[in-house]
Design a protein around this ligand. Structure first.
Ligand SMILES: C[S@@+](CC[C@H](N)C(=O)[O-])C[C@H]1O[C@@H](n2cnc3c(N)ncnc32)[C@H](O)[C@@H]1O
Length: 312
């Protein structure tokens, strides 16, 4: 969009997307907004923007009920928030669907949504994981017992535990020594590695207590779950796009508009892949890819652009 009237970063976090949008449209009359459910995220964004002498409008509110009039927003940025929307409430799928319908209704004609989030690997089968370090094996051991066991506040939440994903196993397979390997559905293996990276980032920030229930990310689902499959079985990227378009078209029924995906890409994160390759060896039994290639696929982020145009 060359000259949007407004840009909204939803799930503003620390304000970096607002900063980028303000810089991108510097000199114009754009108003850049940040929306977040977390008062501390809004406070961080406020301090971050102030540090650079930038101005934006920060509002407390949820993606599932955005405080903007219909068809009023030219650019929505959803970066690393969709997975949080379906992770934190018992009815995560409904919350996710509600957020998408909100976007469809509140985007202006000609407006766009930029969506960036974790991407499920394009592999339907299994992955064999070997642990190259003791910390990786220890983490896996812990994760396979405790993943999302915290903050399980209701039976519905219990349904969302990762162990439901791995076929008939009630938990992820156990390991007792770091020389052992495990065979996991590929999406589960990807989820484990993404969480391991996050865990190490926490450790580097001085976090040491694995039992700390305030470590919220442990309970997150990073890869997008299929709304029609029980448990949290992740969708491929193309299925994810189809789901979003379907929900948008339901929300826009009766209006002269539709929202479709006009860019569908993935970005690699080489630093994450290189870090993880030090701790894990990963292979697909059915495909001749190197461990580095498999792990690089796990760390991709999907980058989608949806545009709202006349449907006639
Ligand atoms: C992982 S951070 C992403 C921050 C930033 N957008 C980025 O890409 O770095 C996710 C943010 O989304 C916020 N969030 C989670 N659920 C939300 C919801 N339903 N509505 C609005 N914000 C939400 C969290 O408070 C957090 O600040």
């Amino acid at each position: 969009m060359p000259q949007p009237r407004n840009v909204v970063s939803v799930g503003v976090g620390s304000g970096e997307e607002m900063h980028a949008a303000i810089n991108m449209y510097a000199g114009g009359s754009v108003v850049v907004h940040g929306l977040d459910v977390s008062p501390s995220a809004l406070m961080h964004s406020h301090e971050y923007l102030a540090k650079y002498g930038l101005r934006g409008v920060l509002t407390e509110g949820s993606a599932t009920g955005m405080p903007y009039p219909p068809e009023s927003i030219d650019v929505f940025i959803f970066s690393a928030i969709m997975h949080e929307i379906y992770s934190y409430v018992p009815d995560g799928r409904q919350a996710w669907a509600k957020a998408i319908s909100e976007i469809a209704q509140k985007t202006s004609p000609g407006g766009v949504l930029l969506l960036r989030d974790f991407a499920a690997p394009n592999h339907e089968g299994y992955t064999r994981l070997l642990f190259k370090s003791r910390i990786a094996a220890d983490f896996y051991h812990y994760f396979s017992r405790e993943f999302r066991a915290f903050a399980v506040t209701s039976d519905q939440m219990r349904e969302s535990m990762l162990d439901r994903r791995s076929g008939n196993d009630s938990y992820l397979p156990r390991v007792t020594a770091f020389e052992e390997s495990v065979r996991l559905p590929t999406t589960a293996a990807a989820e484990v590695l993404l969480h391991f990276k996050n865990f190490c980032d926490h450790v580097n920030r001085g976090f040491t207590n694995l039992d700390d229930v305030t470590w919220k990310e442990l309970n997150e689902v990073y890869l997008p779950p299929d709304p029609f499959v029980p448990g949290f079985y992740p969708m491929s990227q193309s299925a994810y796009v189809e789901q979003i378009e379907m929900l948008m078209s339901c929300a826009l029924r009766g209006t002269p508009y539709s929202m479709t995906c006009v860019e569908n890409g993935r970005s690699t994160r080489p630093n994450h892949a290189a870090f993880l390759a030090q701790h894990f060896h990963a292979e697909y039994p059915d495909l001749p890819l190197s461990s580095e290639e498999v792990i690089a696929g796990f760390t991709c982020k999907m980058e989608l652009v949806f545009s709202k145009t006349s449907s006639r």
